[in-house]
Design a protein around this ligand. Structure first.
Ligand code: GLP
Length: 241
């Protein structure tokens, strides 16, 4: 695992954006695995800026997002599809048909998960997977569990995860209790993984990820087994390393 400890959120975002930009420049039709949450927003802003300066071209880029709340869709402000439109897709020249997010409105979990796995397979896999990390070490919405899940599946969200994400909703009651998420296997099959972490609340999870045992109780710890992971964190997130 290559580790970059950056001074603050801005420096972390700059570093993460430069790695994603390099991927797009080196392989214009790359498949980017994308993440939501507040951590990657700064990196997305920088990518948009570079696109507006004419330095990046997303016209051939294809994307596949990690996860989506079950029951939410593009019409819901807090859905991840809406997050991606607002923070990236609507501001660059990516073709909407080249972007993919699990369909939270599909009530048939088995059908939706199978569809999404096929989307990833048909794209030929993921070149660069961007990941944030939950306070409990979750990646995507792979919550601590008894075993690592392989493909896309439905998860019941932990109360702590719902509480952490409640800041995006008007009340805790509105936070969905379930989600569709890419599995740990799908994430691990990406050629390269870029993990971003910011803030003191992530420090323990980052420490467990980097130097704890590999265990599904800390889903991100599995990244120790991937040959090409870059961790970019700010000083607060890295403070226990
Ligand atoms: C959600 C997402 C994760 C994300 C995590 C951390 O649970 N499903 O993909 O990494 O939040 O979010 P934040 O970056 O806002 O701390």
């Amino acid at each position: 695992m290559r580790i970059y400890k950056e001074k603050d959120y801005e420096a972390m975002s700059r570093r993460a954006a430069s790695i994603i930009a390099a991927q797009v420049i080196l392989k214009p039709d790359c498949v980017l695995g994308l993440a939501t949450g507040s951590t990657p927003i700064g990196a997305y802003k920088r990518l948009v800026k570079q696109y507006k300066k004419g330095k990046l071209d997303f016209s051939a880029v294809r994307t596949v997002n990690l996860d989506e709340y079950k029951g939410l869709g593009a019409g819901d402000e807090q859905s991840y599809i809406n997050f991606m439109n607002e923070n990236l897709f609507s501001h660059v020249n990516i073709a909407k048909e080249n972007t993919n997010v699990p369909n939270g409105l599909n009530k048939d979990a088995a059908a939706e998960c199978a569809r999404y796995d096929k989307v990833i397979a048909d794209m030929g896999g993921i070149d660069l997977q961007l990941l944030g990390i939950g306070n409990n070490g979750h990646i995507g919405f792979n919550e601590p569990a008894k075993s690592f899940a392989d493909g896309t599946h439905m998860v019941t969200l932990e109360e702590g995860t719902r509480e952490a994400n409640a800041r995006f909703f008007s009340s805790l009651d509105e936070v969905p209790t379930a989600a569709y998420t890419m599995g740990v296997g799908s994430i691990m099959r990406a050629k390269m993984i870029l993990l971003v972490a910011s803030g003191k609340a992530k420090a323990q999870a980052v420490k467990d990820t980097v130097s704890g045992p590999v265990t599904p109780k800390v889903p991100a710890s599995v990244l120790q087994l991937h040959p090409n992971v870059v961790l970019v964190g700010d000083e607060d997130a890295m403070s226990l390393l």
